[in-house]
Design a protein around this ligand. Structure first.
Ligand SMILES: NC(=O)c1ccc[n+]([C@@H]2O[C@H](COP(=O)([O-])OP(=O)(O)OC[C@H]3O[C@@H](n4cnc5c(N)ncnc54)[C@H](OP(=O)(O)O)[C@@H]3O)[C@@H](O)[C@H]2O)c1
Length: 355
């Protein structure tokens, strides 16, 4: 079932629908959507026949409420009522990111795990704030919790780590993890001003009406927290990340960097210090133009993973958008399906305890 049926939830639904035959025949995934619940778009549950996904997408696309439609099913259930009675085995959680207390996603995820359901989510809040508690809960209940699209959207960073780098110890992470700020800095490097570029980003839909989550570095801080805890087994809280956004970057700063063959990027990084602690930060940083990260432009994202055996592996790709983040959720559903069929999962030792 889907909780939160906005840009990302609908993106995932479109992939499920458009690739139904491929998913079934080539990837062994047959599915039925038992419910959809969304504060704005309404809710509908049909555990017997499943909800007609094509109709549901058409309705919300036309701005109509699911419960006011002719779709057969039960109406008016809250998110938690729906989770408890959904009759399915995985929830797709795509509600808004709240970096203060993780709600409402945190309640959705814990309720689902406690009720024996697996969870895939694109919601950074609960994972950045409560990673170890949630993973411990999932483990204790024998369920899976996957969150590929929380960082770099559908660009598969966690899959890359779990499958390609599992034999390596991650020493350092460096990334350009926020498309809005990278777009603004790219335009400023081309000579445009901060305010006019921010306005254009808002008009193009890259930046929110209230852009502080992006330009003040909160979004990047959440992402580097998730990465450090997942890839480096760091005992890191979101509030431990030293954070500086791009609002104080001036055209002069950018020109001075260019004059010495550097480029200003909002860099999120994490590295283990000599005492073994992981230190993370988000700040505007001059990067040499010989570094691949200096050439990641516009809304693109990239992450450089440095390990003991493989110096720098860089992954680059889209960091936002319904299709991309929806693909991340689909990937997680497929991973869980494979695990249920007997594949084994890497289980990091969980040492972290949030208060
Ligand atoms: N868009 C992207 O490119 C992208 C990429 C990666 C990750 N993400 C993350 O994915 C999540 C979803 O993003 P989005 O772009 O799809 O956002 P969105 O379009 O705003 O969709 C979220 C939907 O969930 C609804 N919702 C909020 N609280 C709910 C609740 N308690 N029960 C049921 N529905 C609820 C929202 O209603 P309201 O409008 O009333 O809040 C909204 O319709 C966010 O956490 C975001 O940070 C987004």
């Amino acid at each position: 079932m889907f909780i939160g049926f906005g840009t990302v939830g609908q993106g995932c639904a479109r992939h499920l629908l458009n690739n139904r035959t491929f998913l079934k025949n080539q990837r062994g995934l047959a599915y039925k959507v038992t419910g959809i619940v969304d504060i704005v778009k309404g809710s509908i549950q049909n555990t017997e026949q499943g909800v007609d996904l094509s109709k549901a997408l058409e309705l919300v696309g036309a701005g109509k409420k699911l419960e006011e439609s002719s779709l057969p099913g039960k109406r008016g259930l809250s998110s938690t009522e729906m989770i408890k009675s959904c009759g399915g085995d995985v929830i797709v959680e795509g509600t808004w990111t709240n970096l203060t207390d993780g709600e409402p996603g945190l309640t959705h995820i814990t309720t689902a795990l406690e009720n024996g359901l697996d969870v895939v989510t694109s919601n950074k809040g609960p994972i950045a704030l409560c990673y170890s508690n949630l993973m411990n809960l999932a483990k204790s209940k024998g369920r899976y919790l996957k969150f590929e699209s929380t960082v770099m959207s559908g660009t598969p960073v966690f899959n890359l780590y779990e499958h390609g780098l599992i034999g390596a110890k991650v020493k350092e992470l460096k990334g350009i993890l926020n498309g809005t700020t990278n777009y603004i800095l790219t335009e400023m490097t081309a000579g445009k001003g901060y305010s006019e570029t921010l306005k254009r980003a808002q008009e193009a839909g890259y930046a929110e009406f209230d852009p502080s989550g992006d330009v003040d570095g909160y979004d990047c801080a959440a992402k580097i927290t998730i990465l450090a805890n997942t890839l480096m087994n760091a005992d890191l809280n979101f509030s431990d990340v030293a954070r500086e956004g791009i609002t104080k970057v001036t055209p002069d700063d950018i020109q001075m960097a260019e004059n010495v063959s550097n480029r200003v990027k909002l860099l999120a990084s994490a590295r283990r210090n000599s005492e073994g602690r992981v230190i993370a930060s988000v700040k505007p940083t001059q990067i040499p133009q010989t570094d691949i990260l200096a050439h990641v432009n516009g809304v693109m994202n990239a992450l450089q993973i440095s390990t003991d055996v493989q110096p720098d592996v860089t992954i680059m790709g889209p960091g936002a958008g319904g299709d991309s983040a929806g693909y991340g959720l689909l990937n997680d559903i497929l991973s869980i399906n494979r695990l249920r069929q007997g594949a084994t999962e890497y289980q990091p030792p969980l040492m972290i305890q949030e208060s």
